[in-house]
Design a protein around this ligand. Structure first.
Ligand code: BG6
Length: 500
């Protein structure tokens, strides 16, 4: 495994902890060799020391979700014995020649069968050039025999994959000139989350829900990805990205696909990705009037004063980058015709919460005295992705007592009540899948292009008319009021975000 961007944040915070967790659970092959590549002048020992320090500080961090209790030094020692470091500049052909020789030596030493996983943990401007350098150096050659690779060469590409439809298409074309689609693993880390993968199991391993999963029974769907963090130290990236590009065509649409897809004929990559691609292809391009943007101003949470986006380090004082987006989507097929799907995502919101809420239609008639159908709360099925992973169903019961009074109650399943927590940073499954050559949880070229196509009208409209009304929500609140109006048009309202 070759990691480009070995000194970067992603490698330190997620990749190496995930690899360590895989090693700890015995899922890393014994003959693996891990090569870090970066421009920083250091040796393997210095690289390992910085990684060890990062892993340790993770453990001391109460916010960390890594759930690693402490570093098992014997596992770490075995793991680092397999690590080497190559210093160089990605634009230098010499680096790739050096890398080729190094990989040949490692192959002899560890019998890696010539298989190499290249991980691009670098800024997106390097994706195309890096792939080309690898191609020119012959490092992506799989030596096909009867269409089957004699050895595999796979490339993992992080997000953002393009910044609009045109650039995504151009990047796909550039990569596909050098390698086959089967070699490309476009990662979306939301698909590494257990609860996201569980949506398929929930829908297709239970006979109960699927018959109700359509326009006859579902009134609408709300997808919420609320974050409490602000832009943090990522202004350089975020200023030119914004909430829409950062979250919607990738993470939020992945959640949508899991909820809206037809049952696949099998759980292999081909079948699952085809059914997800159908959803993206049926997604109507979003009209500007069906989207709302927002930007947080100063605010306070639990007595702590929070700066507005304009005051964050590295942000232009008149920036019109959105930190919040809400949309109304339509999936044009038989299952979903006429069912609005609303999504909202934003930074500096009231709580950290990712959930998919399915609202079922009301009963047609309520045979209870003085109870209008309209006053009966509807049934909600909520798939909670994070932080408290689980599934809950809200329904009506009669309150005990001589009069018929109804009350909404919940039946709830929480992962942590049933299963022990596994050490997990969310990348373990994804890295493991690349190693075994399973592309199910990775994006295909056509999927990426369809998702950008769906949001392109909004990108165009917003670029033409920068927001003049920012900031329009206080940090630590539920987002701008205009997002409420989006649902009120359909006589709906957002589920209130819980207060902590
Ligand atoms: C990243 C975005 O892809 O996902 C971030 O760039 C966002 O802005 C993050 O905070 C959310 O991921 P998670 O796993 O923390 O919910």
């Amino acid at each position: 495994m070759v990691i480009f961007g070995a000194g970067g944040d992603l490698t330190k915070r997620l990749l190496v902890p995930a690899l360590y967790n895989l090693a700890h659970t015995g899922l890393l092959p014994d003959n693996i060799a891990i090569v870090g590549v970066d421009v920083v002048q250091q040796d393997a020992a210095a690289w390992q020391t910085s990684l060890h320090g990062m892993l340790q500080s993770f453990l001391g961090d109460p916010q960390s979700e890594s759930r690693i209790d402490r570093i098992d030094e014997s596992v770490w020692a075995k793991f680092t014995a397999r690590m080497s470091y190559v210093q160089g500049d990605f634009s230098d052909h010499g680096l790739f020649e050096l890398l080729r020789q190094h990989l040949e030596e490692l192959d002899k030493q560890h019998q890696t069968g010539g298989n190499v996983l290249f991980y691009f943990a670098v800024a997106d401007r390097f994706f195309g050039p890096l792939a080309e350098q690898l191609g020119h150096a012959g490092l992506l050659d799989e030596q096909l025999h009867d269409g089957q690779p004699q050895r595999w060469r796979r490339v993992v590409i992080e997000k953002p994959f393009g910044h609009d439809l045109e650039s995504a298409k151009a990047l796909n074309a550039r990569l596909l000139r050098i390698m086959r689609e089967e070699q490309i693993y476009r990662i979306d880390h939301f698909l590494g989350k257990e609860t996201v993968q569980n949506i398929m199991a929930f829908r297709f391993a239970n006979g109960l829900f699927e018959p109700l999963w359509n326009r006859d029974h579902i009134d609408h769907v709300q997808i919420t990805v609320a974050e409490t963090v602000g832009v943090e130290h990522r202004a350089k990236f975020y200023e030119i990205t914004g909430a829409l590009r950062d979250m919607v065509p990738n993470h939020v649409f992945q959640l949508l696909a899991m909820v809206a897809m037809e049952p696949p004929s099998g759980f292999d990559a081909h079948s699952v990705r085809n059914r997800k691609a159908d959803v993206f292809a049926a997604l109507r391009s979003v009209k500007p009037e069906d989207a709302v943007r927002g930007q947080y101003g100063p605010g306070a949470v639990h007595g702590e004063t929070l700066s507005g986006y304009h005051e964050e380090p590295g942000v232009a004082p008149d920036s019109s980058t959105e930190t919040y987006v809400a949309m109304r989507l339509s999936v044009d097929n038989w299952r979903w015709a006429g069912v609005p799907i609303y999504l909202r995502t934003g930074k500096r919101m009231t709580v950290r919460l990712t959930e998919i809420a399915i609202r079922f239609k009301r009963v047609p008639f309520a045979p209870f005295e003085d109870t209008d159908v309209e006053r009966l709360p509807p049934n909600w099925l909520v798939l909670q992705i994070q932080p408290d992973e689980g599934i809950s169903l809200q329904f009506e019961v009669k309150q005990p007592g001589p009069v018929v009074d109804l009350a909404a109650v919940q039946m709830a399943f929480r992962y942590r009540d049933w299963f022990p927590a596994e050490p997990n940073v969310g990348y373990e499954t994804l890295i493991y899948d690349v190693m075994i050559g399973d592309q199910t949880l990775f994006n295909r070229a056509d999927q990426i292009e369809e998702t950008w196509r769906a949001v392109q009208p909004i990108l165009d409209a917003w670029a033409k008319e920068p927001a003049g009304h920012f900031p329009n929500y206080f940090a630590g609140t539920d987002g701008p009021q205009a997002a409420d109006a989006l649902l009120q048009r359909d006589h709906n309202e957002w589920r209130p975000l819980p207060r902590t």
